[in-house]
Design a protein around this ligand. Structure first.
Ligand code: SAH
Length: 346
């Protein structure tokens, strides 16, 4: 059951300092508690061993620490780890640890379910239940950092917002979480090691540019032809490619940061020469690279991965136009941890 006491982690450091002053204690106790909550990831007030018993009890009386719990953890044959994470109100989201040669990447969720309706994505079928709080996003990262140290003897190196949800539909909380992740009082990670992936919300892309964010941007494009894109990502009707293009131009003008387009090629959907030509044209608007992602089937329906020769043709035309293209193999498919498969089947 959710508690009616206030979540202490919703307080800023200043608010914590003020709270202690109001309680007749020294303001620096606020700094100590802040450090316990964030850089030391304390789950209970009991853990805060440099506070007196009375102070800890006083905190207990006033607040809760709504920490996430890793409910179940699954390990794939390729080393990928999937966490089903229980939130304080009982809802569950998933996050994934993806190890490669030298890196460990955390793929984190930003919403319970998703606000958007991409036809090929398992999360979209859940609908959006609620946004995650900044600390619920942060906790997923901390949990994966711990697992990375435990299983791979190294800290987490990268974070991608490619789990459940549309991060730009929960913009304020995502930004607060990233602030914490990158601040010295949090994990001190470089924003250059963070990628926020969006299905392309033009207004919010401009907002990020205005906010001069320092992390990287990826856009799930999947088609550069409006009719095709609307078919597979119906919200494209509301945010058509022309608006997306304008927002991306604005982004690049302000940030000078290259964009990554994520692109899945499906049989009979976006596998014609016309689709390739449209992508090549779209790639000319702003400096970018293309990641061709393998499709992870979510049912036996409409969507099938295109033939290799079609993918080769995409690569050929992109490279001929000097556009950098990578093909990304799926990770963690055997435990439903790959892109678009996060739907908390249990
Ligand atoms: N809402 C954000 C982030 C979550 S999805 C976004 O759309 O970018 C992360 C990535 O997985 C996106 O590029 C998305 O298009 C892709 N994806 C979704 N379902 C997929 C599937 N079944 N197979 C492969 N990639 C998928």
């Amino acid at each position: 059951m959710a508690s009616t006491k206030k979540d202490i982690r919703a307080l800023t450091k200043e608010q914590l300092r003020n709270f202690f002053v109001k309680e007749g204690e020294k303001a620096f106790r606020g700094n100590q508690v802040y450090e316990w909550l964030w850089s030391k990831s304390a789950h209970t007030f009991e853990d805060m061993t440099n506070l007196s018993k009375e102070t800890r009890q006083m905190l207990e009386k006033n607040f809760v620490i709504n920490h996430i719990q890793v409910d179940t953890m699954q390990r794939s044959s390729d080393g990928t780890v999937k966490n089903a994470v229980r939130l304080h109100d009982g809802l569950i989201v998933e996050s994934v640890l993806i190890p490669t040669g030298t890196r460990t990447t955390a793929c984190v969720s930003s919403q319970v379910g998703c606000s958007l309706d991409c036809k090929f994505c398992a999360t979209a079928r859940l609908k959006r239940m609620r946004n995650l709080n900044p600390d619920e996003i942060y906790d997923q990262v901390v949990a994966i950092d711990k697992e990375s140290r435990l299983y791979f003897n190294r800290p987490l190196s990268n974070i991608v917002f490619m789990g459940m949800g549309e991060p730009l539909m929960n913009y304020n909380n995502v930004i607060k979480a990233i602030d914490k992740i990158t601040s010295k009082e949090g994990l001190g990670m470089s924003p250059k090691r963070i990628v926020v992936s969006t299905s392309g919300v033009p207004k919010m892309i401009k907002r990020m540019a205005d906010d001069a964010v320092k992390f990287n941007l990826a856009v799930s494009l999947h088609s550069a032809i409006d009719e095709v894109r609307t078919e597979i990502m119906p919200f494209n009707e509301t945010f058509p490619l022309k608006e997306l293009k304008e927002a991306l131009e604005y982004w690049y003008e302000k940030t000078k940061s290259k964009i990554t387009y994520e692109y899945v090629v499906w049989d009979g959907i976006n596998d014609s020469q016309k689709d390739i030509d449209a992508l090549v044209q779209f790639c000319k608007y702003v400096p970018c690279k293309v990641n061709i992602i393998e499709y992870n089937p979510i049912d036996d329906g409409q969507f099938q991965q295109a033939k290799n020769k079609v993918i080769d043709n995409y690569i050929h035309h992109l490279e001929k136009n000097r556009i950098v293209v990578n093909v990304r193999r799926s990770r963690g498919k055997d435990i439903d941890a790959a892109c678009g498969q996060l739907a908390n089947k249990s």
